[in-house]
Ligand binder design. Structure first.
Ligand SMILES: Nc1nc2c(ncn2[C@@H]2O[C@H](COP(=O)(O)OP(=O)(O)OP(=O)(O)O)[C@@H](O)[C@H]2O)c(=O)[nH]1
Ligand SMILES: [Mg+2]
Length: 584
């Protein structure tokens, strides 16, 4: 049977007199059911689904019940109206309904998208039932119902439940529930309302409320903290977790809705939370932030920008693209770095795909004249031979062999220039690989992999030539934005490293160029190092020696990053500085 005959036979089947009769019977029974349930019919046909039907409003009882009369079994005692539900388990809401049954009815209504039941439950819970019903638990019921209503895209019912909960059940509002409401509101595009809930219910701890002493380890001090302080501390932690996730979902909504300006503002709020999140000692697994999703959303916005979606926005507009960063992924990266690092491979993969779209080897320079024109920022990787410069470049760009690495020292013999994010000249060339140059894009930059110093087998004359070139390069290369000085984390700085620091101190303009010390091969200090639990470390002895050498050479101000090309430790942190070359 071909497709056409199949379709024809289906059509004729549905036109069969018996089928028509069956449909009519079904329609009639549905109609009579609706008639029977007069109240709910009125409720559903109202333009505002939360308008109370007049007949019900008139029959409401005075719900002011003295606290002494609270029904401890949590059942409703003064409900005048019976609310018929579609649910088989909880057929009606009336005087004998328990809180548990309401939860079941909400769950069912949410799962089966039963707006009728949601509306009935809302009416029962918000307008009619007396205050003793589900005492202490009513706020949770309301938040569950709000989430269910949002699940069904019914904003008026959700808003009513949220308001009722905030006004009358404030004391029992849980951060977990507030955060679920924020997510629901964001999903329904009610971002302003979501912000309101965030600000009101998940606001940061009041000043002095909880003392997050970052120097005190939680375990040691826990015994001395009285119970109340511990409880509050945990409460604040929970609130912070849900607040961070709530903002995360708002950022995500804006990014996937392609609203970059709003997304940038929200992601900045996330970044500013970083400090207190760290002080509170929250771990990445406790926070469980959706970084990968945010990075992918930012990358999607970025690709839309490259496709010219926002080109027509005028310069004078507050949403003008001229106020945006060179790549939307960078602000997300900033927030990620402000939070405790989870060193997640998938997130980094997404990050790298967005930040390093193309890499091209440009040239190997042996003097300043041989360097490409300084039309964009560049970052240089310097350090002793075999310290891991080329490996780090590959790790950071997520490329296996962009820069050649070798066990034999002295592999890199010239200033190797790699262009990142050049626009390809021809479409065809993209498909055939990265071996062709192009023109500069908004976030293009150069990575410069330098020859290693201190390798005995390289002739003295050659070493002198490299050293002279490096001095000239530090002093004269205008577009040099970042210098990464790599030092082996097992051995610490050598004498040669000290001399390099001296050159940096004397020649580099610290206002123009950022100098960063990177400790490499940190995995080698840990037996059986792995990327998740034990990515690498540095000994106190090496650390102290490094600080001393830096201070002695007037570069004590420089940041230090611990890395490993094997376990990929420190990659987000290094990108924090690498981006300075892109953002010119
Ligand atoms: N275990 C471990 N090995 C590393 C790491 N980084 C580099 N290596 C190894 O160290 C050796 C030297 O790495 P390269 O990246 O070629 O070093 P380089 O600094 O570029 O060396 P030159 O080009 O000679 O200056 C290679 O065998 C790498 O596999 C690291 O983080 N951990
Ligand atoms: Mg090398």
């Amino acid at each position: 049977m071909n497709i056409h005959t199949c379709k024809r036979s289906q059509k004729s089947k549905s036109d069969h007199p018996e089928a028509v009769l069956k449909r009519q019977r079904l329609a009639n029974s549905q109609q009579s059911r609706r008639k029977h349930n007069f109240a709910s019919r009125q409720y559903l046909t109202s333009t505002d689904p939360y308008t109370i039907p007049i007949d019900r409003a008139n029959t409401q009882l005075n719900t002011n019940i003295h606290p002494n009369n609270i029904n401890l079994q949590g059942t409703a005692t003064t409900i005048p109206t019976v609310h018929e539900l579609h649910s088989e388990n909880v057929k009606r809401l009336d005087a004998n309904t328990t809180a548990d049954e309401v939860v079941r009815a909400i769950k069912r209504a949410q799962n089966l998208h039963d707006l009728h039941d949601v509306a009935e439950i809302a009416h029962f819970l918000v307008e009619e039932v007396d205050p003793s019903f589900a005492y202490g638990y009513r706020g949770s019921l309301l938040s569950r119902l709000a989430v269910a209503a949002l699940h069904l895209n019914n904003i008026p019912i959700a808003t009513r439940c949220i308001t009722e909960r905030r006004i009358h059940h404030r004391s029992s509002m849980l951060p977990l529930e507030s955060s679920a409401i924020v997510r629901g509101l964001t999903r329904c595009h009610c971002v302003t309302e979501a912000w309101e809930v965030l600000e009101d219910e998940l606001s940061l701890p009041l000043h002095g409320w909880v003392d997050f002493d970052s120097t005190a380890t939680f375990n040691e001090d826990q015994q001395h903290l009285d119970e109340e302080a511990t409880r509050r501390r945990l409460e604040v932690k929970e609130r912070l977790i849900h607040r961070a996730r709530g903002i995360g979902s708002i950022v995500s909504r804006h990014l996937y809705q392609e609203e970059p300006t709003a997304a940038l503002a929200a992601v900045d709020k996330l970044r500013t939370m970083g400090q207190i999140v760290n002080e509170a000692g929250l771990t990445p697994s406790e926070l469980d932030m959706p970084w990968e999703k945010l990075v992918r959303g930012a990358a999607m916005c970025e690709s839309q920008r490259r496709n010219g979606v926002w080109d027509s926005i005028p310069e004078t507009s507050p949403e003008s693209p001229s106020t945006w960063p060179c790549n939307f992924v960078y602000p997300v990266l900033d927030a990620m770095i402000a939070f405790p690092s989870d060193n997640n491979d998938r997130t980094f993969e997404a990050l790298c795909n967005a930040l390093v779209r193309r890499t091209v080897f440009v040239t190997g320079a042996v003097d300043l004249k041989g360097c490409p024109s300084p039309d964009r920022g560049e970052c240089a990787f310097i350090g002793r031979s075999n310290v891991g410069k080329s490996s780090l470049v590959n790790m950071l760009t997520n490329r296996k062999s962009l820069a050649f690495t070798s066990k034999t020292p002295g592999k890199t013999q010239q200033f190797n220039y790699f262009a990142v994010n050049d626009k390809p000249e021809l479409e065809r060339q993209i498909r055939y690989g990265d071996d062709v140059g192009g023109s500069k894009d908004r976030d293009s930059f150069y990575i410069v992999d330098l020859p290693g110093f201190g390798f005995a087998k390289v002739p003295q004359k050659q070493r002198q030539q490299w050293s002279d070139f490096m001095e000239e390069y530090f002093a004269k290369r205008k577009n040099l934005k970042v210098v990464f000085h790599l030092i082996d984390a097992r051995h610490g700085p050598t004498e040669e490293d000290g001399r390099i620091m001296q050159k940096v101190g004397n020649l580099l303009d610290s206002n123009k160029t950022t100098y960063v010390v990177i400790l490499t091969k940190a995995d080698k200090n840990v037996k059986g190092a792995d990327s998740e639990k034990n990515p690498g470390k540095v000994s106190n002895k090496v650390w102290e020696k490094l600080l001393e050498t830096m201070k002695a050479n007037k570069v004590g101000y420089a940041p230090i990053v611990l890395t490993s090309a094997n376990t990929r430790l420190g990659r987000d942190e290094v990108w924090k500085y690498l981006r300075l070359a892109a953002e010119v």
